[in-house]
Design a protein around this ligand. Structure first.
Ligand SMILES: Cc1ncc(COP(=O)(O)O)c(C=O)c1O
Length: 338
């Protein structure tokens, strides 16, 4: 009864991975999963992570549960990294999650539990897992236009004209930095225009920022998010430490709900914690300890920032090389998830 089922359509991300693995051609490029590789085609362990991990292990004397909210030092450190205003941080309910995906699911479950008829708008195209996660949580998902076909840039007028159809209370999911699959980000001016429009229309922002620091820099990448935070009473944020700390397999991220009032934080957090209890119960602690060790230690943080800078530069160089190679058609096969 429970096992006599039809084969499911493969997940596009993993199917693409498989196709790439089985392709014997040497001139192939994997543009599917967002995983950093160095010159030797290896996803390296960052030096700052290696040092922090040693310190964590040396100082560790228990593996006891950390609780439903996860590691509180991590929660504070990650919110400080993203949110400039201390008063906004005080209005933030933060829960450590199982990666950025876990954060997306937790926020989706939270929204559904409060208002099951909520519509969430995502960009066309968006991160391949946005639709499945939001949809699976029971939310209605619809798309807004994002890219200008001629200029290949983010088109704020196109976004706004799509969102004219949105109704008060609809949620708008925006890519915080450098991971919209079009490769185009909103400029600071576009963030401000969109933020003003959304305020006027009564829309609620949801910012997914999964590659913080890998676009233009830590401050620059969070600039759009902070424009939103300075204007809105309520904001949903999801973040991940998979890419910027190279902690992919440790499954470490955070879900943040900025509340209108400081006193609501405890209730919102309890509600989030209850959703956590009803699903996976507790997030893993190891990655969270590493991240908080790095962010709370000046020299480790400096080292991490310099490694992030190097990774960022390599990505920029590779993009340029990729672009020039495409122009000379020196690439035989591209695996691209859109
Ligand atoms: C835009 C976006 N959000 C969320 C995630 C999920 O991150 P994680 O691997 O930490 O679950 C990814 C991963 O690639 C992503 O690209």
């Amino acid at each position: 009864m429970y096992t006599n089922i039809q084969a499911r359509k493969s997940d596009p991300i993993f199917a693409l991975n498989e196709m790439f693995r089985h392709d014997k051609r040497s001139k192939k490029i994997d543009l599917g999963v967002g995983v950093f590789k160095n010159d030797h085609d290896i996803t390296p362990l960052m030096k700052s992570v290696e040092l922090a991990e040693k310190q964590v292990i040396n100082n560790q004397n228990t593996k006891v549960y950390k609780g439903l909210n996860g590691n509180e030092e991590f929660n504070q450190a990650i919110s400080k990294l993203l949110i400039e205003s201390s008063s906004v941080r005080l209005r933030s309910a933060i829960i450590q999650t199982t990666g950025g995906s876990g954060a997306l699911r937790l926020i989706s479950d939270y929204i559904y539990s409060i208002n099951p008829s909520t519509t969430v708008w995502i960009s066309n195209p968006s991160y391949a897992n946005h639709y499945p996660i939001l949809n699976d949580a029971g939310l209605k998902v619809t798309h807004y236009n994002y890219i200008n076909a001629e200029t290949k840039m983010a088109d704020v007028n196109a976004i706004i004209s799509s969102l004219m159809l949105a109704k008060r209370g609809d949620i708008i999911l925006l890519h915080g930095c450098c991971h919209n699959p079009t490769g185009a980000d909103l400029s600071i001016k576009q963030w401000s225009i969109l933020s003003d429009f959304m305020i006027r229309k009564g829309l609620i922002p949801f910012i997914d920022i999964a590659y913080h620091g890998l676009g233009d820099g830590l401050e620059e990448d969070a600039a759009g998010l902070n424009i939103i935070l300075n204007q809105f009473d309520e904001v949903f944020i999801t973040t991940s430490c998979s890419k910027n700390f190279g902690l992919y397999a440790e499954r470490i991220g955070a879900a943040i709900i900025v509340c209108k009032h400081y006193y609501s934080v405890q209730y919102v957090r309890k509600h989030m914690a209850n959703l956590v209890l009803n699903s996976y119960a507790m997030p893993p602690n190891h990655g969270a300890q590493i991240v908080s060790q790095i962010l709370n230690d000046c020299s480790l943080k400096k080292l991490w920032e310099s490694e992030l800078y190097e990774m960022r530069n390599r990505i920029i160089e590779n993009r340029f090389l990729f672009y020039s190679s495409l122009k000379t058609q020196d690439i035989l096969m591209i695996y691209l998830l859109y």
